[in-house]
Ligand binder design. Structure first.
Ligand SMILES: NC(=O)c1ccc[n+]([C@@H]2O[C@H](COP(=O)([O-])OP(=O)(O)OC[C@H]3O[C@@H](n4cnc5c(N)ncnc54)[C@H](O)[C@@H]3O)[C@@H](O)[C@H]2O)c1
Length: 429
């Protein structure tokens, strides 16, 4: 670094407590040696382009006034407008939103979507507020970040504790301020408001598509393959159903209510119905219960973590006997566990590739909103499959070329694309 270079860390971060942003910086350092000539531009990845912190004052139902801290971070917009969800959680921090925004830059570029990365959040536990209060909070937050979002600037979407209704309020607030109905400002909207068919299942379907590609690459026929799934919600439930319909055996499923096992394969359609009726997999018909820890030691072909972050860690990675792991969740594997699994020769399809189906159909939603012309579900699923296949092959090609894991390869492919865009755009002024 030249003596004229700027500081390595922005002054608004505490070097002693970097949090998730620190993990992201480590990941960038790991791929830098593979970036060749473009490594010259790597500092651009290590600082977000724009960070907005807003105060959200709201009158609560009892007449008192509360203030909430809100964020919108645009990590990189070299390849297109920012894209990324809005999270409502009491523990949201600036470091976390920065890291999530950066991972969105990586995910969009890994799948070659014309988006940059962004993320937003409010420090709030939404369970403590009424629907009317959440609507006012969402509307004020949208207004406060309104100057930096927009269909050509930055397009929010749902994330933890936000949903299609939240997006409808955001879209309406933005439209009111603009004086024009602007459906393309957010994705993950209700179908009645320019949402896309296939969006709900998109992430699980993407997990199935790349999981099948990984199985083929490793010589494992999907028909008859044994699969364990952690998390049986939107992502895990959909992926499990698609693998089941393709002839795989879902031998164990774990969710927040318990773990169920059947060595000859669970009836996934009955299990989905059971979860709908009872709220969880515990007590499912034709299954035996396992304790939570036994789940990780099961002999299986494919393991799909699709629940929370940090589930595969130093404490259980050693016992995992899967041949392939397909990361449906965001960040399910800690960096320490990742090293252990790689040493054991377990083939991992990383989150930035495996769960990119959701943002891919969000991209379709944005495109459909611009043209006000909506595609059929079959068209959407076919296009999703094509994009996920192309992304998988291109990342697998990079992995073979550099003899690295798919995770490192996905970062190399993504960072190279972002920095190439940075380079050809040049610096303004
Ligand atoms: N929904 C999407 O489009 C999407 C896109 C990309 C990534 N993801 C990621 O996928 C993961 C799952 O998201 P989702 O939309 O399916 O959520 P969801 O709320 O529909 O389902 C979550 C599942 O995890 C289970 N779970 C919760 N706590 C658990 C615990 N302690 N042990 C075991 N299981 C537990 C729940 O019981 C539920 O089955 C998250 O990491 C999310 O960030 C989701």
């Amino acid at each position: 670094m030249s003596q004229h270079n700027t500081h390595a860390l922005p002054s608004y971060l505490d070097p002693g407590h970097l949090g998730p942003w620190g993990i992201y910086l480590e990941q960038v350092d790991r791929v830098t040696p593979y970036l060749g000539r473009q490594a010259k531009w790597v500092e651009t990845l290590k600082r977000p382009k724009r960070v907005l912190i807003v105060d959200i004052p709201v009158e609560l139902d009892d007449g008192t006034i509360a203030h909430f801290e809100g964020y919108r971070v645009q990590h990189n917009v070299s390849r297109g407008p920012g894209k990324g969800g809005v999270r409502y959680h009491q523990d949201v921090t600036l470091s976390e939103v920065m890291a999530l925004a950066a991972w969105m830059s990586v995910k969009a570029a890994a799948v070659n979507l014309p988006f940059g990365g962004a993320k937003g959040g409010i420090r709030i536990d939404p369970r403590n507020y009424s629907r009317a209060e959440l609507e006012r909070i969402t509307r004020r937050y949208t207004s406060e970040i309104g100057s930096i979002i927009g269909p050509h600037k930055d397009i929010p979407a749902p994330d933890v504790n936000t949903n299609a209704q939240t997006m409808a309020w955001m879209m309406d607030t933005y439209s009111m301020n603009q004086g024009a109905t602007t459906t393309g400002v957010v994705t993950g909207k209700p179908i009645a408001l320019g949402g896309s068919l296939g969006r709900v299942e998109a992430t699980g379907r993407g997990v199935f598509v790349v999981g099948t590609a990984a199985a083929e690459q490793n010589g494992i026929p999907v028909e008859g393959a044994r699969i364990c799934v952690q998390g049986f919600g939107n992502v895990g439930g959909t992926a499990a159903r698609l693998f089941y319909e393709a002839g795989a055996k879902i031998v164990a499923v774990q969710d927040h209510t318990g773990t169920v096992h059947n060595a000859s394969g669970l009836d996934v359609l009955r299990l989905l119905k059971h979860v709908e009726e009872t709220g969880g997999v515990a007590g499912a018909p034709d299954s035996e219960p396992l304790n939570a820890d036994e789940f990780w030691g099961l002999d299986t072909d494919i393991l799909i973590p699709a629940a929370l972050e940090g589930q595969i860690h130093e404490g259980n990675a050693d016992r995992i006997r899967a041949r392939i792991i397909v990361e449906g969740a965001n960040g399910p594997t800690t960096p320490e566990a990742d090293d252990i699994l790689n040493d054991k020769g377990i083939f991992i399809v990383p989150d930035v590739l495996a769960n990119a189906g959701g943002v891919t159909v969000s991209y379709f939603e944005w495109v459909q909103d611009f043209s006000s012309f909506f595609w059929t579900e079959d068209e959407i699923n076919a296009r999703l499959e094509r994009m996920m296949h192309t992304a998988y092959s291109s990342v697998a090609g990079v992995a073979a070329q550099h003899k690295v894991s798919l995770r490192t390869a996905a970062f190399i492919a993504a960072c190279s694309r972002i920095l190439e865009a940075r380079e050809v755009r040049g610096l303004y002024p």
